[in-house]
Design a protein around this ligand. Structure first.
Ligand SMILES: Cc1cc2nc3c(=O)[nH]c(=O)nc-3n(C[C@H](O)[C@H](O)[C@H](O)COP(=O)(O)OP(=O)(O)OC[C@H]3O[C@@H](n4cnc5c(N)ncnc54)[C@H](O)[C@@H]3O)c2cc1C
Length: 353
């Protein structure tokens, strides 16, 4: 069976399963990102391509590829490999002011750069037109510019493929579960790399139930708000389930049901809510403002986290049991829903994506 762009088009693009993660971009001249979508500019006759190999939606078995080298971890049905689960937040209020919730992700990247665990990181910046794009960051100011969640998925990993990178740099990546899967597929692929995946020494994954499609969500917000000068987006827990949109002038609240039509179809077949292939995963703690749920998964994740706690960069508490149970339920629910949709469309997915 061939595994090139033609198959990617048939199996992913035509079925609308692409999440625009960016793993296939800047590797060849035929694929481009356009307004939150990946578009094909030209046919390609290659039987085997990196675009297909790295795509989180083309399946493939990730087991036994040396993921998350770890000596002691518990493989949990609902949450994947776990060394520790806790609640944490960045200690410096600067993170919480700009961050989505506890600022653990921004604080850990800042700490990893300071300690030279990594020399640069790939984060996601929401541009003025609201389109998320991958950014190479090397300092605190850039980290703060990227803080907060864009609930739109965008081609973050293109920044990794594009570079530029210098010599021996070590890279950290913050991404959605599909992006963590793509990174692991890049690493395990036997094709010549053409991407600096061997330099990636840290993956921080974000919990994700779904992401929205850019064009339709952008049009919806523009119609609702007029001028789009969005400072922050936030989704409140049930029973309210509201999307809160903060602009420089006002706060607008939209029932989440109104934005559900913009959820990417590719997210509806995803089986991974907690970014299981990351070194550290982070989400919000529903109902406890200003804290993150953190899952430490690998040796390097644990080493970084411990050091950051020891040096007072982050503070931790245990995650209340009802929150842990709720997280497990939510994760299983996403898996079940994903399996149902996959069955409906008649396409069993391999791996975790
Ligand atoms: C599409 C999406 C869906 C999510 N769904 C859930 C959920 O269902 N449950 C839950 O608990 N948490 C969810 N989160 C995660 C949550 O919103 C926070 O990102 C997480 O709790 C980390 O918080 P923080 O305060 O440490 O973040 P911060 O310190 O503010 O850091 C957030 C980081 O996220 C990156 N980022 C922002 N938008 C994107 C994007 N679109 N793609 C890739 N990276 C991005 C930024 O680069 C930044 O570095 C979701 C996030 C996104 C982007």
């Amino acid at each position: 069976m061939s595994r090139g762009l033609k198959e990617l088009e048939e199996k992913v693009f035509k079925k609308d399963l692409c999440t625009a993660c960016g793993a296939c971009l800047s590797l060849c001249p035929y694929l481009r990102s356009w307004k939150g979508r990946v578009v094909k500019l030209h046919d390609c006759g290659l039987e085997e391509g990196r675009c297909f190999a790295y795509c989180p939606k083309t399946g493939g078995d990730l087991a036994g590829t040396g993921e998350q080298e770890s000596t002691q971890r518990d493989e949990q049905l609902e949450l994947g490999p776990v060394r520790k689960i806790l609640m944490a937040r960045g200690r410096d209020p600067i993170w919480r002011e700009k961050a989505q919730s506890g600022g653990v992700v921004s604080a850990l990247i800042d700490f990893a750069l300071k300690k030279k665990v990594i020399d640069a990181a790939i984060l996601t910046l929401r541009e003025d037109d609201f389109l998320p794009k991958g950014r190479i960051v090397r300092n605190r100011e850039d980290i703060l510019n990227c803080a907060g969640s864009s609930y739109v998925s965008g081609p973050t990993l293109e920044a990794l493929n594009r570079g530029p990178w210098n010599g021996e740099e070590r890279i950290g990546v913050v991404g959605l579960p599909c992006q963590a899967i793509a990174l692991r597929k890049m690493r395990s692929s036997s094709l010549e790399k053409r991407t600096p995946i061997d330099k990636v020494g840290l993956i921080i994954g974000l919990f994700c139930t779904w992401a929205l499609e850019y064009e339709r969500f952008h049009a919806f917000l523009k119609e609702r708000l007029g001028q789009l000068n969005i400072q922050k987006l936030e989704i409140t827990p049930p029973p309210d389930r509201l999307l809160k949109v903060y602009t420089d002038r006002q706060l607008t609240m939209v029932p989440v049901d109104e934005i559900r039509p913009f959820i990417r179809k590719g997210c509806q077949v995803c089986l991974d809510m907690t970014a299981e292939l990351s070194d550290i995963s982070a989400g919000t703690v529903e109902g406890i403002e200003g804290w993150n749920t953190v899952i430490i998964r690998s040796d390097q994740g644990e080493a970084l986290f411990k050091e950051a706690e020891k040096e007072g960069m982050i503070e931790c508490q245990s995650l209340p049991e009802d929150h842990l149970n709720h997280l497990k339920e939510a994760s299983l629910l996403k898996r079940r829903r994903g399996m149902d949709v996959l069955q409906e469309i008649g396409r069993p997915e391999g791996g975790k994506g």
